[in-house]
Design a binder for this molecule. Sequence first.
Ligand code: G4P
Length: 282
Amino acid sequence: MNKARRIIKDTMSEVDLVIEVMDARIPFSSENPMVAELRQHRPCIKILNKSDLADPEITKKWLAHFDKEQDVKAQALSVLDKSRTKNLPSLCRKMLPDRGTAVKTIRVMIMGIPNVGKSTLINTLAGKTLAKVGDEPAVTKVVSSAQHRIQLEGNIVLSDTPGILWPKIENANSSYRLAITGAIKNTAFDFEDIALFAADYLIDAYSERVIERYKLKQCPEAGIDLLEAIGRRRGFLRAGGIIDLQRASEILIHEIRNGSLGALSFETPEMIAEETAINEVD
Ligand code: G4P
């Protein structure tokens, strides 16, 4: 991480504006505070990406939350709505009104943790598919290098290589949420553990969806009951009629990720304020 930080810091002198990409379902957990430290006074567009998968009412709250930050404009985006993405250059110009002219270029760098949609965004802006860089915490090529420069309308240049940072995992809830949404690779966690966390949350926040999706008469009281109900419904039984919780867990996580339960958000600004306050007392 120190290496990534150092390289991005060196590159910053050639950047006028940062686009930070986050996952709209978990904006707090997918944000990296190092971006604020690295960009300093430079304006920042915070993209709540994958907004097609996130709860629209909660996304509105997050947009209002981030818009209060200094030099920040927040924007919800989705790969399904390319026209909104194409408006980004005009937002860049609004944020730096004295640049983006024939004589003054706006140099833009995209940053964020792995799997939030940075490459997809770069491809949409470039209008072509570029080779994806590895998901190591790394490294951006300097924006001024012609080889790595994407020329956007209105004298805006974008580095074709994003600045990749690891997610900060400040509390256990963030690591669960990153795992549920797929930002942390499957091998790094125990599916049942993650599915239990997800099931408890869904029962609390989206009980109607749970009842509808899994054709239940009523919402189970606890996550474990939901996993058992899913296993029973889908016939995931081991010898002796024991419910296969591993398979039920995999199904739940898969269906959360592919949108079968509808658009879901896993954290709200209020939840995070509460969790932060509790962590501070601890
Ligand atoms: P990264 O550079 O930040 O690591 O992320 P990348 O663009 O590779 O996107 C990670 C995954 O998220 C990809 O899916 C991509 O298609 C998906 N994605 C990106 N933007 C959006 C969005 O707005 N909405 C939704 N629903 N998905 C989005 P993948 O399964 O890893 O690959 P593939 O299925 O596209 O091949």
